[in-house]
Design a protein around this ligand. Sequence first.
Ligand SMILES: CC(C)(COP(=O)(O)OP(=O)(O)OC[C@H]1O[C@@H](n2cnc3c(N)ncnc32)[C@H](O)[C@@H]1OP(=O)(O)O)[C@@H](O)C(=O)NCCC(=O)NCCS
Length: 166
Amino acid sequence: MLIETDRLLLRPLIFADEPALAAVLSDAETMLWYPRPYTADEVRQRIGQQMGRYPEGSGLLGMVEKRTGKLIGDCGPTWQEVEGRMELEIGYHVNRERWNQGFATEAAKAVMDYAFRRFNVDRVISMIRPENMASRRVAEKNGLTVDRVVFWRDYDHCVYQRMRSR
Ligand SMILES: CC(C)(COP(=O)(O)OP(=O)(O)OC[C@H]1O[C@@H](n2cnc3c(N)ncnc32)[C@H](O)[C@@H]1OP(=O)(O)O)[C@@H](O)C(=O)NCCC(=O)NCCS
């Protein structure tokens, strides 16, 4: 799984990415809309979880800024169960130092195109807390719209969807 955009290389995570990924997932402000920031152990487990997903073509990928070679976040498709149905969800997290430069939008767009090529799905989704305006904006810039609001993992979430274009 390698996805390239103008400014980014999305590639499988490796355990050596832990410190750079922890700078994102263990940061309290970044994880405001999650139950709590990840511990170092949880970041490692999460990298291992993605490694288990890569053979079938899903999983969050490391988001590497081509200009600097630094890992500045993650983005990728993962299967999630939402109200009894398996859905392909596109997730993204970006290092706070790089917010509002279009990186999440650029990565998510490329991942969405990849997901429609790789998987026989009618739609992709992003599960977003209603209060998470930055994430909602990313979804909307990529043409996703709110299908419905569901109670999921202890919180209300907007189910943002984009249908496959025929
Ligand atoms: C959501 C997130 C990935 C966006 O990353 P990013 O690289 O900054 O995203 P982009 O630069 O592509 O787009 C962000 C957009 O949100 C807008 N935005 C940022 N904060 C906002 C706010 N509080 N209210 C409204 N819009 C906001 C930006 O202005 C930008 O829109 P614009 O291009 O029209 O100006 C980043 O904020 C993040 O990592 N958040 C924490 C993790 C998270 O919530 N992930 C998503 C889980 S569903």
